[in-house]
Design a binder for this molecule. Sequence first.
Ligand code: DX5
Ligand code: ZN
Length: 229
Amino acid sequence: MTFDRSIKIAPSILAADFANFGAECAAAEAEGADWIHVDVMDGHFVPNISFGPSTCAAIRPHIKGVMDVHLMIAPVDPYIDAFADAGADILTAHIEAGPHIHRTVQAIRGADVKAGVALNPGTPASAVEDLLDSIDLICVMTVNPGFGGQKFIDLTAKIRALRKMIGDRPVHIEIDGGVDATTAPLVAKAGADVLVAGSAVFRGGSVTNPAPYGENIRAIRAAAMGTYA
Ligand code: DX5
Ligand code: ZN
């Protein structure tokens, strides 16, 4: 994976057809997705259960590009090797998931995977300050994690603070929750480069009719880049 700050659209398969993950990932990529965002939920850290490492391993061959795995689980450390073996390119752990986030990001990098940290809406930007040289991505949650389709929480001041704090370091700012063509420009302008979108990408289409995915992805990208589609 090479680093750049261009806008990347990362469809979340939480909004895809769970009986067709492989085909959904391939369709989203064919329609212009840059990364595929994979939401893992444990029913403990968040009030919902999605799937685990074997599902990630099963969909991996259907993703040509970056598999971006968002771990909404606690504890994280006992499962890092399983998700690394499943083929994740990025593993993002929540800073709120335990007392030893520095150990967690070290373990992720030790497994030869890019390390991300996610911040819940109530967690301040300053919480990642001492991690900036140890991570590859900060995921700013703009909803409380657990479900797709929730209303965007405006945290542009936090995104701006993070962008300033990162400086020249090769660290992505990813936004997750309620991103669509209306909210994308706000977060892109504040300094985000990876935009996760579930419902705003998968709505209106299906594996047999994937063209709406492309229209949705292009609309979000154009809005983020300031050239409204
Ligand atoms: C929320 C997940 C998100 C979610 C985004 O807990 O981490 O990735 O799927 O869904 P939308 O884009 O519908 O808010
Ligand atoms: Zn997510």
